[in-house]
Write a protein that binds this ligand. Structure first.
Ligand SMILES: NC(=O)c1ccc[n+]([C@@H]2O[C@H](COP(=O)([O-])OP(=O)(O)OC[C@H]3O[C@@H](n4cnc5c(N)ncnc54)[C@H](OP(=O)(O)O)[C@@H]3O)[C@@H](O)[C@H]2O)c1
Length: 258
């Protein structure tokens, strides 16, 4: 078995050639590599982000780029309009956009701390949940996939980023509930959880040790999605999940100060 841990598959995979794919946060890091991997396999890809320079580069690279802050409801509506306009509908949506902010919970200014927590939850949890609800009608009922990008920090948190870790845990729970609803209401559709290990991106800049190259993480992800996998642990995330099950305190020691 490959390192991408396809623990649950249903109805086989779907081909990428000709597929219509949207990657939120597809302008940087892992999301950008994922968008490139989908495109290299013949998909038409829309990427969404805020930074104009990165969006322009994505367009030059042959991707469709839409500028939006996904925490803003009107911006999300503009993304949906662009999807309808350019593709008519979608086969795959990857909920990848996120930020990670250190939040010291004690001893600081209360208002500021609360603001940091709220902004992080808004970007990493509330926005992807709202966007999922909004984008579902545009997804193919036969074979449409929503993939949620999460982290081992969602089940083994680190001390410095409590809101980020909480958001990633929440994303997984939402993805599973959605999966159960799809099973009943739209059995051809999938809700996948992609759990990444430490990957070399702008988010992890300066932490080169032990990071997986983004290209490799992206290739493994797309291959797993093509196979129809719904629980996708990339690289060391698989081993780490096992360690967390067998020796949770040991796993916690590894991540809590990471
Ligand atoms: N790198 C890792 O080791 C690692 C490990 C586990 C999980 N992950 C997850 O993998 C995903 C990608 O992370 P990365 O490391 O590739 O980070 P990154 O390079 O910082 O990319 C984040 C992307 O999200 C976009 N984004 C953030 N907030 C947004 C908003 N409000 N509206 C629209 N776009 C927004 C950014 O675009 P703009 O800045 O242009 O808006 C950027 O394209 C995230 O979900 C992250 O939590 C990463």
């Amino acid at each position: 078995m490959s390192e991408a841990n396809a623990t649950e598959t249903r109805g086989g995979g779907t081909g990428t050639r000709g597929a219509r794919v949207l990657v939120t946060g597809g302008t940087s890091g892992y999301g950008r590599a994922l968008a490139g991997e989908f495109a290299a396999r013949g998909a038409r890809v829309i990427v969404v982000g805020r930074d104009g320079r990165r969006l322009a580069q994505a367009e030059r690279d042959g991707l469709h780029a839409v500028r939006a802050d996904l925490t803003v409801p009107g911006d999300r509506q503009a993304v949906l309009a662009a999807v309808r306009d350019r593709f008519g509908g979608l086969d795959t949506v990857v909920q990848n956009a996120a930020v990670q902010t250190p939040v010291p919970l004690l001893g600081g200014d209360l208002e500021r701390t609360r603001g940091l927590v709220e902004r992080e939850l808004d970007a990493d949890l509330a926005a992807p949940l709202a966007f999922t609800v909004e984008v579902l009608p545009l997804l193919e009922r036969r074979g449409g996939t929503v993939a949620f990008v999460t982290s081992t920090l969602g089940f083994a948190p680190k001390q410095s980023a409590p809101a980020y870790c909480a958001a990633k845990a929440g994303l997984t729970a939402f993805a599973l509930s959605l999966r159960y609803q799809l099973r009943r209401e739209a059995p051809g559709m999938r809700s996948a959880v992609v759990t990444l290990p430490l990957v070399a991106t702008p988010m992890t800049e300066g932490r080169a040790q032990g990071t997986m190259p983004v290209g490799e993480a992206a290739r493994r992800t797309v291959r797993a999605l093509e196979r129809g996998a719904q629980d996708i642990d990339i690289g060391k995330a698989r081993v780490f999940r096992l360690l967390h099950r067998l020796a949770p305190r040991r796993a916690a020691r590894i991540t809590r100060d990471s």
